[in-house]
Design a protein around this ligand. Structure first.
Ligand SMILES: Cc1cc2nc3c(=O)[nH]c(=O)nc-3n(C[C@H](O)[C@H](O)[C@H](O)COP(=O)(O)OP(=O)(O)OC[C@H]3O[C@@H](n4cnc5c(N)ncnc54)[C@H](O)[C@@H]3O)c2cc1C
Length: 382
């Protein structure tokens, strides 16, 4: 078997497509293998829009990565000629001591990010679409916005191809193995060898890394698009921000503006919401029930009543979550040529280009100057 490739990227979704583009830009001979035709709607990187923000309530350690990600999103737009990042402003709502508000504030202060704190009256004055109760406050971040997942995957794949990568769609990796300085994969069409293997399999990562018994939990999520009563005007970017609301009932709804204009609907979802949500990519129920739409409406009715119009579209998607809800980016503990890249936990998309850059650093230099200690495998004690 000839060794025609330096690195194989297994899975060409959000992370794998970015990794392939960045690796190819460094002159690596890249083979990308994807079981479907990317972008597709079976994994984690579909649904037209993803929230991007810098005041990161999950942990201030993400902020340097986010600042780099913003630069790389703009670079990707220039290189691909596609519109990928739309700045809309972002509203993080909740009680003053909620994780969403206090955590965002902590990140903003620690990293000197532009932000404003709004009380309930000010929220209603500036964004009358929201009906907060008197105890709700918000952190407003003008640099928050939306990235487009399918377009981003296309942009990274196009760039990877232009930079010489070989990308094979509809070619599922059935097994892999590694020696001290190489890795092999087997598909129905053949076997390939390379110096390194990047496993960016998203919700299939637990399966492909079965021997590690990683504590991944695959979670079914529902994305809904509602037509506002009274028209879409007040929900267009410029008038309506991205938003996340840590509610006292623990529901955690969030949403994005009407990116696609009239007829496109306004996206609404509930983070970690839904019944019977734990599943696998093979067993997930892809249909959305009327009961789930009714649960969403119950949240909308009291908080954003103008949004309570017809439901235009309902799509499921998969989170791949670790117990601490941080990412996993590290070498395989027994096979150093294998890099595990699993940045999801429900908040990874905004990082795609910087993750691609980090993967390229690891493959090329064995290390990265980006702060990634939060994502080490040994914290999981497997
Ligand atoms: C509903 C929802 C809302 C979200 N909202 C946000 C948000 O607002 N902001 C944000 O930043 N993030 C958000 N996220 C998270 C973000 O979308 C994910 O972190 C990101 O999409 C994960 O990308 P991935 O590359 O790991 O997985 P995927 O994009 O699913 O890619 C994995 C790929 O590997 C392929 N694959 C798997 N096994 C094999 C195999 N054996 N052989 C070949 N190919 C294989 C799959 O087909 C797939 O294409 C959200 C996620 C969901 C589901």
């Amino acid at each position: 078997m000839s060794r025609a490739f330096d690195v194989i990227v297994l899975g060409l979704g959000g992370m794998g497509s970015a990794a392939a583009a960045h690796l190819a830009a460094r002159g690596q001979r890249v083979l990308g293998l994807e079981q479907f035709t990317a972008p597709h709607d079976q994994g984690s990187s579909h649904g037209r829009s993803r929230v991007i923000r810098q005041a990161y309530f999950e942990d201030p350690a993400y902020v340097p990565l986010l600042l780099r990600a913003y630069e790389l999103w703009r670079e990707l737009e220039r290189d691909s000629g596609r519109e990928l990042l739309t700045i809309t402003g972002g509203l993080m709502l909740g009680a003053p001591d909620s994780a969403v508000v206090s955590g965002s504030h902590r990140s903003a202060k620690q990293h000197g990010l532009a932000h404003e704190l709004l009380d309930a009256c000010e929220i209603k004055r500036r964004f009358p679409q929201f009906h907060p109760d008197a105890d709700t406050v918000a952190l407003y971040e003008k640099n928050a916005g939306v990235v487009r997942p399918e377009e981003s995957v296309r942009a990274h794949l196009d760039l990877a191809t232009r930079r010489g990568a070989t990308l094979r769609m509809e070619e599922r990796v059935e097994s892999w193995s590694a020696s001290a300085d190489s890795a092999r994969v087997k598909t129905a069409r053949g076997e390939y060898e390379a110096g390194q293997l990047v496993i960016s399999a998203g919700p299939w990562a637990g399966e492909i890394l079965r021997e590690l018994n990683l504590p991944f939990q695959v979670e079914r999520q529902v994305q809904l698009w509602f037509e506002p009563n009274g028209g879409v005007e007040n929900f267009l970017p410029g008038k309506f921000p991205v938003w996340i609301w840590e509610t006292t009932d623990g529901a955690h709804p969030y949403g994005l503006p009407a990116l696609d204009g009239p007829g496109g609907g306004v996206k609404f979802a509930i983070h970690h919401g839904g019944k019977d949500r734990f599943c696998t990519a093979a067993t997930v129920e892809r249909n959305v029930s009327d009961e789930e739409i009714a649960l969403a409406r119950a949240q909308i009715a009291s908080r954003l009543p103008a949004l309570d119009g017809p439901c235009l579209r309902a799509v499921t998607c998969l989170y791949t979550t670790l117990p601490d809800e941080h990412f996993l980016i590290d070498r395989h503990p027994s096979h150093p040529p294998v890099l595990i890249v699993s940045p999801c936990s429900g908040h990874g998309f905004k990082f795609c280009p910087v993750v691609g850059e980090i993967v390229a650093d690891f493959v090329e230099h064995g290390k990265t100057r980006r702060p990634v200690s939060l994502f080490r495998l040994d914290r999981l004690k497997v």
